[in-house]
Design a protein around this ligand. Structure first.
Ligand SMILES: Nc1ncnc2c1ncn2[C@@H]1O[C@H](COP(=O)(O)OP(=O)(O)OP(=O)(O)O)[C@@H](O)[C@H]1O
Ligand SMILES: [Mg+2]
Length: 335
């Protein structure tokens, strides 16, 4: 890359050295000629200029708006979670989305922390949303203590932690999940495979309910605002494997905990989340209380694919004479 070259949006202008094991690429924001390329810089200085647009090492982006990409990829590549029970029985793809619903104390946080530590991703974004502060302190301590087997550095070098614990303001929960997603997309655009972990999306939904009730919104089921479904959908739909504007392949995989009160899987947040994710790892209270970990039970395994392809196939048509494998009348007789 040199001054005077024509670039497209997303073209790599340079790479930040000494930024840890994750290559941090500086991307062109617009198309046009490169007018300036600096060899050094920091977050305050202009490191490049493309068609009059200054490029800094800091980028501002409205967190609710998905970052652009060229196209979605259809390839199916498994994400190795590091948990054999999940990889073998309930796999998730790179760019997929998974939810971990489970009652109190069934092991959601423990499972998500294991994923944060050992899943095969280039970058992990861990959003602690409305949960206990000591759990976040634990995860931070572990990340700094554990060695990343792939790079030899610590796991903290590839992890972004967004701390928004239960004692912080309610509306910061809304900001935290979207900030996490935007940070994940930022690294995705550099061509990395990112896993976004949100613990717990139910706390965010509760913040939406609180905000709705204070602003006089019409309450829908269990007092949640009517736009809860679209808010959850907008969040989970930002997951995906994409070809970035610069032509690299990157992905954002989303794993969100859901804490249904009383373990009631029919409550709105759990039921709606199930509509938008492609993989559901339900943790069972009975198994957890019997100290059988991970307390996962297969409720429904959704194979990867696009959201609109998720309708179940039509049942096979029966002839009027009934199923030939069964006796006439369609009811199997017991011997
Ligand atoms: N895989 C596991 N192996 C051993 N113990 C576990 C495992 N998962 C959970 N536990 C035990 O269960 C306890 C509760 O787990 P955890 O905090 O993850 O539950 P949770 O579902 O996040 O609860 P909450 O809804 O209150 O956030 C842990 O402190 C640990 O003792
Ligand atoms: Mg928890």
């Amino acid at each position: 890359m040199a001054t005077g070259d024509e670039v497209d949006p997303g073209t790599t202008l340079g790479e930040v050295t000494g930024a840890g094991p994750v290559p941090h690429r500086v991307l062109a924001p617009v198309a046009g000629p490169v007018e300036l390329l600096a060899s050094t810089g920091n977050s305050d200085t202009v490191v490049a200029r493309v068609a009059g647009a200054d490029v800094r090492l800091v980028e501002e982006w409205p967190v609710r708006r998905p970052r652009p990409y060229r196209r979605r990829l259809d390839e199916v590549e498994p994400l190795h979670t590091g948990q054999r029970a999940l990889d073998l029985l309930f796999p998730v793809t790179r760019g997929g989305s998974a939810a971990v619903p489970g009652g109190f104390g069934t092991g959601k946080t423990v499972l998500l922390q294991q994923l944060a530590k050992w899943c095969a991703a280039d970058v992990i974004v861990y959003v602690g949303c409305g949960e206990r502060g000591n759990e976040l302190a634990d995860v931070m301590a572990d990340l700094f203590a554990l060695t990343d087997p792939r790079t030899g550095g610590t796991l903290a070098d590839r992890t972004v932690v967004i701390a928004n614990t239960s004692n912080m303001p309610m509306m910061a929960r809304e900001a935290s999940v979207h900030t996490g997603m935007t940070v994940a997309e930022y690294f995705r655009d550099m061509g990395h495979h990112v896993v976004l972990i949100a613990d717990s999306t139910s706390r965010w939904a509760e913040a939406l309910r609180e905000f709705g009730s204070r602003t006089g919104a019409l309450p829908a089921e269990e007092g949640y605002p009517p736009e809860l479904a679209s808010a959850l959908a907008a969040f989970y739909e930002r997951a995906g494997a994409v070809e970035t504007l610069g032509g690299r392949h990157g992905s954002v995989t989303v794993v969100g905990a859901v804490s249904p009160p009383g373990g009631d899987m029919t409550e709105p947040v759990t039921a709606l989340t199930e509509r938008f994710v492609r993989c559901r790892w339900t943790l069972d209270r009975e198994l957890a209380y019997a100290r059988h970990y991970p307390a996962g039970v297969l409720v429904r395994l959704v194979l990867p694919g696009r959201h609109r392809d998720r309708r179940p196939p039509h049942p096979p048509r029966r002839s009027r004479l009934g199923d030939p494998a069964r006796p006439r009348g369609g009811v199997a007789r017991r011997r």
